[in-house]
Ligand binder design. Sequence first.
Ligand code: BG6
Length: 485
Amino acid sequence: MSDSNPITIVIFGGSGDLARRKLFPALFNLYGKEQLPTPFHIVGAASSPRSDEELRTILCKGVMEAAGQDFDEEQWSAFAQQIVYAQIDLTQPRDFARLKEQLQTLEQGSANRLYHLAVDPEYFMPAVNNLQASGLHQADAGWRRLVIEKPFGHDLASAQELNQCIEAVFPEGEVFRIDHYLGKETAQNILFLRFANLIFEPLWNANYIDNVQISVVENVDVGERARYYDHSGVLRDMFQNHLLQLLSLIAMEPPASFDADAVRDEKVKVLKSILPVAIDETVRGQYHGYRQAQYVAADSQTATYAALKVQIDNWRWQGVPFYLRSGKGLAEKSSEIVIEFKRPPHLMFALPPAQKLTPNILYICIQPDEGIHLQFEAKEPGSLQATATVDLEFHYRTSFKDSVLADAYERLLLDAIHGDATLFTRRDGIEAAWRVIDPILQGWQGEDAPPLASYEPGSWGPATADALLARTGRAWRHGCCEHEA
Ligand code: BG6
């Protein structure tokens, strides 16, 4: 099998929201950068009857919106010629038999194939089973790979069932479970910050770090996704995947190489070292007005906000709290990681006591102002011994002026095409993450569940989330967007 074969990318859910907003714009950009293998075909598969031309028109709109002023019409016309439509009911084996014939006619010989499941999760297993029943999973001179979107299961049991179903059809090395946070440049940079530099790693442990905070906050409400969201809630939607993935990048040991399994082994070890989260160290909230959204139950208990205190039970992180928070309907859209260092043990200056000094803080800004800020103390000019808090800042937009940060999907699709699974979640990683989240979900159903705190849209979430840190004299930090150069 060779990467120089022609390739066919089959996108199930080929006219859906994700395909229009993310997948096709990413594929079009890769085409523009001449990074797609040639020759290639893209098959958009969905349930409605429509022609190739109708699909292309639908997709063009999404690509134009994503490209803005940079949209190149001529390039689109050439790219669009390679897109065809396939009508398919994912529960019907005969439709897969028809797809098989369509692919054979299109490819005229052997080709590599990437099957991308961008459909509702209830169709994941039927689609995988039908790929097998039709023989579409079978490699010949070309490989067969499966890309699968989240949500990967609803809980541990359903994730295991899905994993078993996939494992029976595709070898793990050909399965690419997407967590788009891992495709973000700034998330990838965590490994470079830590392991391509010397100065941080010696301090990266319980001796010097007081606490770590991971915040992924959104100002949007659930919008048109309420039907999905009301059954999911913030823990399944954001914590089981994105937040725990960011945590594992921050907390993992250095892998021996930048190889998919070496990196994922270390990440999984972190997830497996997380202690059961104490229910009284969790906060759940719901923004005011959520229950009025269409498809949301009038008495919905779904959390649109959560904050957790997570402890990692290993040598490096003993006693260091990791505070995680995420929610919708909040004050802004930003994702950042805060590493708060301990204060100096002894002060030779006539300053407030050491415990009152502002600690050194490293802010890793995932979005929107991508970069890294290091906050430290400096002598205030003209004063005898007073200090002021100052920042060393790195911004992608100023340090890498000419390079636009590519959308996460560009990188992830390209990696799947090249068979590099480093930025994808492995089976054991998915299950380890559910082992952290499942007991919290269960705890939230029980007698000791924290109250579902209501918060105002546009705020920073429930006051109980501040109280969670205040118990130990700490506070949420927010530094990335406030200190722009
Ligand atoms: C998705 C969630 O995985 O991530 C959404 O399902 C959320 O609810 C989105 O809005 C956030 O991603 P980003 O890249 O916009 O931070």
